[in-house]
Design a protein around this ligand. Structure first.
Ligand code: 2M8
Length: 438
């Protein structure tokens, strides 16, 4: 619901930004200069925003994205519908054709957080208010694609049946430059003097982006994946970066709840989804939960250790709905105790990507400190679902205040709320619409 005239103006600005970032190929770029292609979870958030005022565009965004789905179910993190030769790493670097199940359209060879079933359900909800038949048809069209994606993630990426998804690259996490990956990257030896020309640091300040040391390792890992033909069986046997990612797994759990709802509306048998939901509930507490401090961590499969950095990931199971309001409040107040939000209330302050008391904390460098709207939106939604209306409203006010003052930035400093990264960032605009309307 729109509360004020200022919120109305904010929504108009958000819609204008999304219009500007829209490509004639039927997708919305995250930010045309820095990220000129279609990105996987960006398109999910963007379609979520569209669902409130243009369901046709929301459906197109999803349809264009799933054109990149591989035969094995994997949904790539980047789809190269257009040619931008200046960009690096481009489609020729990824060379997805080394995998026989890759589609004709060039894509990257790794995936991103699977938020799409949540988005498809939201589009259905909005569309069915006007045209129930069309809304149901959309579910029938999307269900097999979504099911195939979830099956891929919970078989190829979880041969252990732990309900937790294994990632092969920091870029798969969506929280790319998080200190969570530092130790695992540290032990990877790369050839000396790797030469390449980065695109990102030509567009934004280099101290807002990953260092050369990290970038070398990102590119080295892609070379390794190519050597394995992006074949999960080969990768699982012998590859240096395999991590059970608690954020992706929590998002997938929530997405499975929506996939089940979708299946039920169109009369599908949803027993397999129930199994996946059970696996996660078990895996979350057996593998990711740490009894000593009560937080949830990723698991590094190479070292066998939990990754103990205090980042936004340790809260991510809040997204699932498994944790009740009492448990969520306990987690949030424990965080206040360890200075995660610099000694203030995390809700009033919004959740940074990395705790402010962490030694790796950097308020301007992406995913190593800044506040991101997508993670805060997930928590806002969880608070609403758990009836935590005060926390939801305080967080919403804080996030919208930041956006009103500094525009639709890619991320914001937790120290002064100033914006950094791309200045015309699509998911910030799309989720602003959601934050105002939901
Ligand atoms: C960032 O990731 C890309 C690589 O995928 C990059 O840094 O170049 C991340 O924030 C990721 O989550 C996001 O999807 C992407 C586009 O917004 O940018």
């Amino acid at each position: 619901m729109i509360h004020t005239w200022k919120e109305y103006i904010l929504i108009q600005k958000a819609k204008n930004l999304l219009k500007k970032n829209y490509s004639e190929y039927g997708f919305t770029s995250p930010a045309p200069k820095l990220y000129p292609f279609q990105w996987n979870w960006d398109s999910g958030f963007i379609a979520y925003g569209y669902s409130f005022y243009n369901q046709q565009k929301a459906m197109t965004e999803m349809r264009t994205l799933f054109k990149g789905q591989w035969g094995n179910g994997m949904l790539p993190h980047m789809i190269f519908h257009e040619n931008h030769p200046e960009y690096f790493p481009n489609h020729d670097f990824w060379d997805s054709s080394t995998n026989p199940t890759a589609p004709k359209i060039p894509t990257s060879g790794i995936t991103q957080p699977p938020i799409h079933a949540i988005v498809v359900w939201q589009i259905y909800n909005e569309l069915s208010k006007k045209d129930n038949k069309k809304a149901r048809k959309f579910l029938e069209e999307m269900y097999p694609k979504l099911f195939k994606l979830h099956k891929y993630l919970l078989t190829e990426r979880d041969p252990e049946n732990s309900g937790l998804v294994t990632i092969y690259h920091p870029w798969e996490s969506g929280l790319d430059n998080s200190p969570r990956w530092d130790l695992a990257l540290e032990r990877i030896e790369v050839p000396k003097g790797m030469k390449y020309k980065r695109w990102d640091t030509q567009v934004v300040e280099s101290d807002e982006r990953p260092t050369k040391k990290e970038y070398d390792r990102y590119l080295f890992l892609v070379e390794e994946l190519k050597k394995h033909n992006y074949d999960d069986k080969k990768i699982y046997k012998d590859y240096p970066f395999k991590i059970k990612d608690v954020v992706i797994s929590s998002i997938l759990y929530k997405a499975n709840i929506y996939l089940k709802k979708i299946g039920q509306v169109i009369g599908e048998d949803t027993k397999q989804i129930d199994k996946w939901l059970d696996y996660f509930r078990k895996g979350l507490y057996e593998d990711s939960f740490n009894k000593e401090d009560g937080f949830f961590y990723d698991i590094d499969l190479v070292s066998g250790e939990q990754i103990k950095n205090k980042t936004v990931a340790i809260l991510s199971p809040i997204i699932t709905g498994i944790l009740d309001a009492h448990h969520i409040r306990q987690l949030i107040y424990d965080l206040d105790g360890i200075g995660f939000c610099g000694g203030t209330s995390c809700v009033e302050h919004a959740f940074p990507s990395t705790g402010e008391k962490e030694k790796e904390f950097d308020h301007e460098r992406y995913w190593r400190g800044p506040l991101w709207i997508n993670m805060n939106w997930f928590f806002f939604k969880a608070f609403v679902d758990q009836g935590m209306s005060i926390e939801a409203e305080v967080l919403r006010e804080c996030v919208l205040g930041m956006i009103k003052r500094h525009g639709f930035c890619e991320y914001y400093s937790p120290l002064n709320h100033k914006g950094f990264g791309a200045k015309n960032f699509s998911w910030t605009a799309a989720l602003t619409i959601a934050l105002v309307k939901e």
